[in-house]
Write a protein that binds this ligand. Structure first.
Ligand code: SF4
Length: 369
């Protein structure tokens, strides 16, 4: 039996529509027909990082929280979430019990979310609490499994997004004396530094090392404990790429996502969440030039949507989220066919107790002004 709440994801079920059965072009034709046929029962959500062939079938596009909150306002029976696993979990927690959330390919995970497992967080928490008498508030980036959201819900903490990380961290440090931030070290470090916390007050807990590679004295001295996680897409951008772009095109605005390493964010002109980047490009006058450090599908879509502006990727390499890319039109079609046959597949369902605790953390985040 498939157990998505265990640490193992080996027994994942995958639907298949082979290339022998349908060509890529035939898949798109059938998708258009079946989507129209099921339009009263199904809504398709598409994350900004999805490929164009998938976005073409999305009723709503956005970032993960935005999509989950939109889904909660809809009454459709099925929500097909073209994104990754943790996003579909969040949507399931926010939608009603008679709605079903489907992830077209269950192997569409997130490398960053996979870098923090519940058992590792439990071990770290117990070491940290043994090392200090000071109050520690846990904050998790929304890019994590529901079990971790539940952990912060039960331990007085909050979830954050890349848009509100500063507000949430400042709330956390007003509630306690120390912050444990997971799973993305870069978002944590970049945000805390922006808030005036020096790098010397931050340590990194590496779950692959004994006690995270830290001594109790280091934990006691630090104000911020960052988990050793990162996004494999955003970690790939370098300070040298920023320098090269600036040397060749001094007029170019370099704007990066805060999941990028500290030195990249420091070298860039600006940084912010996906929504912030989209908004910046949208509001810039015609003729503006941007080199953007985020997932390539979004950068390419921005370039196509704003032909009056010059928009390029900061990196000469393909910065593609390969797990997002697992959601292909043929997986989407398989999800639609299964709904039509009344045998829906790949339903993401968060157990009630985990959802309840996660929602505590989410509600705390939403209450932070
Ligand atoms: S872009 Fe990075 S953080 Fe986002 S889903 Fe892909 S691996 Fe995870």
């Amino acid at each position: 039996m498939l157990d998505l709440f265990s640490d193992s994801q080996d027994d994942v079920y995958k639907p298949t529509i082979s290339e022998e059965e349908l060509s890529d072009a035939e898949v798109l034709i059938e998708l258009a027909q079946i989507k129209e046929e099921l339009k009263d029962r199904v809504v398709v959500l598409g994350h900004h990082y999805q490929q164009d062939d998938v976005i073409a079938f999305a009723d709503i596009t956005g970032d993960s929280l935005q999509l989950a909150r939109e889904a909660a306002k809809l009454s459709k029976e099925y929500i097909i979430f073209c994104g990754v696993h943790f996003m579909a979990e969040t949507a399931d927690m926010l939608t009603s019990s008679n709605q079903k959330v489907i992830l077209p390919d269950l192997k569409a995970g997130c490398s960053m979310a996979d870098m923090a497992r519940k058992s590792e967080i439990d071990r770290a928490w117990s070491f940290i609490l043994k090392s200090t008498q000071k109050k520690v508030i846990p904050v998790t980036y929304i890019n994590c499994a529901a079990t971790l959201k539940a952990f912060v819900g039960e331990n007085g903490g909050s979830i954050c997004t890349s848009s509100n990380a500063e507000k949430v961290i400042s709330w956390a440090l007003s509630q306690g004396e120390k912050l444990l931030f997971f799973p993305d070290q870069h978002l944590g470090r970049n945000t805390c530094f922006k808030m005036g916390i020096p790098l010397e007050d931050m340590v990194v807990y590496n779950p692959n090392m004994q006690n995270g590679g830290l001594t109790s004295e280091q934990v006691e001295k630090a104000r911020v404990i960052l988990w050793y996680g990162f996004c494999s897409v955003h970690q790939g951008f370098t300070k040298e790429q920023v320098k090269t772009i600036k040397a060749n095109n001094p007029q170019m605005n370099v704007i990066v996502h805060p999941e990028c390493p500290f030195e990249v964010v420091q070298a860039s002109d600006d940084n912010g969440s996906t929504s912030y980047i989209i908004d910046k490009v949208d509001k810039a006058p015609s003729g503006s030039e941007f080199a953007i450090g985020t997932e390539i599908n979004l950068v390419n879509r921005l370039a196509a949507s704003y032909p009056d502006k010059k928009i390029v990727s900061l990196s000469p390499y393909q910065c593609l989220c390969t797990t997002m890319y697992r959601v292909r039109p043929r997986w989407l079609l398989a999800s639609f066919r299964a709904i039509k046959d009344n045998k829906p597949i790949n339903i993401i369902s968060v157990p009630e107790d985990i959802a309840r605790s996660s929602l505590k953390a989410l509600d705390r985040m939403l209450a932070i002004k």
